[in-house]
Design a protein around this ligand. Structure first.
Ligand SMILES: [Fe+2]
Ligand SMILES: [Fe+2]
Length: 186
């Protein structure tokens, strides 16, 4: 499937840009957490970075027939601080996506009957809700100077659903089987 309408295409490109930058900054912030002696929070950052890659991948593929160069404006959080501060950056970025960006992009895709973009935006919106919660939990623990006590982190390849609660039988967002999950092992 490929997008037909200019407005939805603009939003896909912007979302692709935003997810690409989120992917990269979570890898950077994960390294900071490792160096601060919080390897589990580092691993959570890397798992969520992978989920953002899955979102970027979905958006990029919806644009597969829109070939050429584009200048892409996209929102992104900047700054490198300590892990508590970096997690606040994570929370702020996810909340922006949940409360502002994806609801608007999703409504636009629906209005323009862009089924593929609608699915890509829906997957991202739902996965970001989980990310915001996980970053908040991590920050509560990091504030006490401790690392998270978590086992494997699992990320759905299809929609970016992320969980620290063990491997699900089925993805609660996209319905994929458990074989679709990538494990970030403890
Ligand atoms: Fe996210
Ligand atoms: Fe999924």
């Amino acid at each position: 499937m490929s997008v037909k309408n200019a407005m939805t295409a603009d939003f896909l490109r912007s979302a692709y840009g935003g997810e690409s930058m989120a992917h990269m900054r979570y890898l950077i912030w994960g390294d900071v957490a490792d160096k601060e002696g919080m390897p589990n929070i580092g691993r959570l950052f890397r798992a969520i970075a992978y989920a953002e890659y899955a979102h970027a991948d979905n958006h990029f593929r919806e644009l597969k027939d829109q070939k050429g160069d584009f200048t892409v404006p996209a929102g992104a959080v900047f700054g490198v601080g300590n892990t508590v501060e970096n997690l606040q950056g994570g929370i702020d970025g996810e909340l922006h996506e949940i409360e502002q960006m994806y609801p608007v992009y999703l409504e636009t895709a629906r209005f323009q009957k862009e089924k593929g973009a609608e699915r890509a935006f829906h997957y991202a919106l739902e996965a970001e809700k989980v990310h915001a919660t996980l970053f908040q939990k991590a920050q509560d623990i990091a504030r006490q100077g401790k690392d998270m006590d978590i086992g494997d982190v699992h990320v759905c390849d299809i929609c970016g659903h992320t969980t620290t609660e063990g491997l699900p039988e089925q993805c609660p967002i996209c319905g994929a089987k458990k074989t679709a999950y990538k494990a970030f092992k403890a």
